[in-house]
Write a protein that binds this ligand. Structure first.
Ligand code: NAP
Length: 313
């Protein structure tokens, strides 16, 4: 630890990179701390992003890379580390990571979110042996095989559409009789001839012998128990915010999201939350990037106040 940064940005997904871009242009001395050398956060697990203005049909990996190169071109600074604690020291915040410690006047949590677990028997045991949380990462292992996708949101339906292009058959298991996913993705799903939707169906257990063989389910209306034959079970039942580090530093909501509005200000001055980790209505790449810009704009005022205080001492 040798210097005090204006801003420490934790995370290099779209929110962290959007933040770094605006910080670089605003002359804010910022450091992006990234856990993985692959930038982009959740989008690197996405085959194609078609709803980001100006980049139609871009691959998730390419998008993360494009974002990062833009930040680098403007002089953005990055380091690879995993932060384990954060504490206040006078006007600054000290972040402790596995590799180093970092001091900054402001901190932006751009830590994102990850896929939720279902919590059924066999799920943990067969993770990596047929149970997966990322269709685009693992789908190719199930070429010409039968798979199941669990969930009814955008991710589950997009995963089912993607897997339908690789697998002999896909069963989408959903606990209700209507999908939550956007209409456009539902249309793509219903156009696939090798996809069946098991409505009102509750997953009970992943069954296997070394690797996954089937998913035991029951119909919540009739109570009927059945087994769906599958080599792969893809679980897409929502997201959980990566906010553990922020607990105790600023307020979280009951689901663990950092409480922050459009200005990305949290309950603690100098601490900001941007992207999927904060309370918000729409979690998309475009809104995450926008959060990065808003966090910097909010922090600019705070930093001006700190520097004014420093110069009058
Ligand atoms: P989501 O929209 O919260 O959907 C989760 C799905 O899992 C729901 O259908 C839910 O059922 C089901 N589920 C939850 N818990 C379950 C359980 N214990 N057992 C069985 N089913 C369960 O989550 P997501 O699909 O991961 O998407 C996360 C966010 O990213 C959303 O805001 C989504 O719109 C956004 N996203 C957008 C795009 C895009 O626009 N291109 C792509 C991907 C993700 P119910 O429907 O019954 O609640």
């Amino acid at each position: 630890m040798s210097k005090t940064y204006d801003m420490l940005i934790i995370g290099s997904g779209p929110a962290g990179l959007g933040c770094a871009l605006y910080a670089a242009r605003a002359g804010i001395d910022a450091l992006v701390i990234e856990k993985s050398p692959l930038p982009g956060g959740q989008i690197i697990n996405t085959t194609e992003v078609d709803n980001y203005l100006g980049l139609p049909g871009i691959g998730g990996f390419e998008m993360g890379d494009t974002f990062r190169k833009h930040v680098e071109k403007l002089g953005g600074t990055f380091t690879e580390d995993e932060i384990s604690s954060i504490e206040k020291e006078g006007d600054t915040w000290k972040l402790t990571g596995n590799a180093d410690t970092y001091q900054g006047y402001t901190v932006v949590f751009a830590t994102g979110a990850h896929r939720s677990k279902l919590g059924i028997p066999g799920e943990e045991e067969y993770t990596g042996r047929g149970v997966s949380y990322c269709a685009t990462c693992d789908g190719a292992f199930f070429r010409n095989k039968e798979t199941v996708v669990i969930g009814g949101g955008d991710v589950a339906v997009e995963d089912a559409v993607y897997l339908a292009g690789l697998c002999s058959h896909v069963t989408l298991v959903h606990r209700r009789d209507e999908l939550r996913a956007a209409h456009s993705v539902q249309e793509s799903l219903f156009a696939k001839e090798n996809v069946t939707v098991a409505w009102n169906t509750i997953p009970d257990e992943v069954i296997g012998e070394g690797t996954v063989q089937s998913l035991k389910v029951h119909n919540k209306e009739t109570g009927e128990e059945t087994s769906i034959s599958a080599s792969g079970v893809f679980i897409a039942v929502g997201m959980k915010p990566d906010s553990e580090l922020a607990a105790g530093v600023c307020e979280l909501d009951e689901r663990g999201y950092i409480k922050a509005g459009e200005d990305c200000k949290t309950s603690t001055p100098g601490i900001y939350a941007a992207g999927d980790v904060r309370t918000k209505v729409l979690r998309q790449v475009i809104t995450a990037v926008a959060d990065g810009a808003c966090a910097v704009t909010s922090a600019e005022g705070y930093l001006a106040g700190i520097k004014l205080k420093g110069s009058s001492r």
